[in-house]
Design a binder for this molecule. Structure first.
Ligand SMILES: [Zn+2]
Length: 393
């Protein structure tokens, strides 16, 4: 048994507890939470203890695109640049980059990942079971005539997922601007038939997405034109933000994760939570800064703090895969968010989203959550730019 103690314990589910002692058995299961003074043979650390982190949004299969796309291009340009790069790398380069990216997540205290897949490139790594993965098989098809074919291909990919306790999956639409009503309904049909929960979608990542839904104009529509597609033959603007489309046809019930939400307004968030309180939200602030150089207004989301999660996005749009780095960015740009809230977003909320809270996400007796040590906090118990994470268990 190890007995771990630091200045504070953030257990993921309650206010920080000063100098609590976490007793951990040989397999990493929590045996007891003891009080300061209960044991003499403790390992004491400067900093705070917290559960292993849950990364709810990653694209492991894009790991080889690290530093391939310049920063601040905006999303439409980013999407345009990523398409030809996907085939530039050999299978060996891709597999090496995926293995290194997973190793980086492990070193950064991440224990479970909600990971997007368009193909089977990440499956060999996932088969090893080093981390828990929920793989979202992604479907792209704005043209309703392509919906059936695209979903059939995604189902074939889904059936190739590694089959073990640390690998689950479901189908997911990529984004509102690459989905049709038909695509949404087919994805929901498959997920419902096999009881695959949750699903996810990139959401309100940039203003051009909303321009397309409001008016059928703007940079996103121009992007389609640059690929030779005139979307007006099958796409009708709805004179509202993309959330209305997502809510009406995809996310009216059940657990779904909306990712990015960079330009999402308070009225949209409130509407969604009133109508489907099971909805979860993911922030990827470092990717938002990388691509759009813009962050969501975090204050709009604070009434729903138990539905907020954090993601790293991929190495194509981030310098590292670290949930602590995402927390530091929020702490820097939105100091009104407390460390207790950030810890909740980084741990238990993601575990609940991914149905892993029976084991992960909080430091409670009989769970096996992983234990991280976070150092270099300031006197007000806030993260600083010097804060680091070390995996203790
Ligand atoms: Zn993404």
């Amino acid at each position: 048994m190890r007995k771990l103690q630091a200045n504070y314990l953030f257990n993921g589910i309650s206010a920080p507890i000063p100098r609590a002692i976490v007793v951990v058995d040989e397999e990493g299961f929590i045996a007891e939470i003891a009080q300061d003074g209960d044991y003499q043979d403790v390992e004491y650390f400067e900093g705070v203890l917290c559960p292993g982190f849950i990364n709810t949004h990653c694209h492991l299969e894009l790991s080889m695109l690290h530093q391939q796309i310049p920063q601040h291009t905006g999303l439409p340009q980013f999407v345009q640049k990523i398409a030809p790069l996907r085939n530039k790398f050999s299978e060996q380069q891709t597999q090496q980059a995926i293995a290194a990216a997973e190793q980086q997540m492990i070193q950064n205290g991440i224990v479970a990942v909600g990971d997007i897949a368009n193909n089977t490139a990440s499956f060999a790594q996932k088969k090893q079971g080093n981390l828990y993965y929920h793989t979202f098989i992604e479907c792209f098809a704005l043209d309703p005539k392509r919906a059936r074919t695209v979903v059939q291909q995604a189902i074939a990919t889904y059936h190739q997922l590694p089959k073990h306790a640390r690998s689950k999956g479901s189908l997911a639409p990529h984004a509102p601007y690459t989905a049709s009503l038909e695509l949404f309904l087919l994805i929901k049909w498959f997920n419902t038939q096999y009881n695959l929960v949750p699903s996810t979608i990139h959401h309100q990542e940039c203003y051009p997405e909303n321009d397309m839904f409001r008016n059928g104009t703007g940079e996103m529509v121009d992007l389609y034109r640059s690929f030779g597609t005139d979307i007006s033959t099958f796409f009708e603007p709805i004179h509202d933000t993309s959330l209305t489309f997502v809510w009406a046809y995809f996310a009216r019930e059940g657990k779904n994760l909306l990712v990015h939400n960079t330009v999402c307004g308070a009225d949209d968030i409130d509407y969604m939570m009133e109508n489907n309180p099971d909805t979860y939200w993911c922030f990827c602030p470092n990717a938002n800064l990388y691509i759009e150089n813009k962050l969501p207004n975090f204050s709009y989301f604070l009434p729903y703090t138990n539905r907020l999660t954090l993601g790293t996005d991929s190495l194509a749009s981030n310098t590292e895969l670290s949930i602590l780095a995402e927390m530091k960015t929020i702490a820097q740009h939105a100091p009104y968010v407390s460390l207790e809230q950030l810890m909740q977003w980084a741990t238990i909320n993601g575990a609940r989203l991914l149905n892993l809270d029976y084991k992960l996400g909080s430091i409670e007796v009989d769970k096996q959550p992983g234990i991280n040590l976070i150092t270099h906090l300031d006197a007000n118990l806030q993260l600083t730019q010097q804060s680091t994470v070390k995996v203790l268990e």
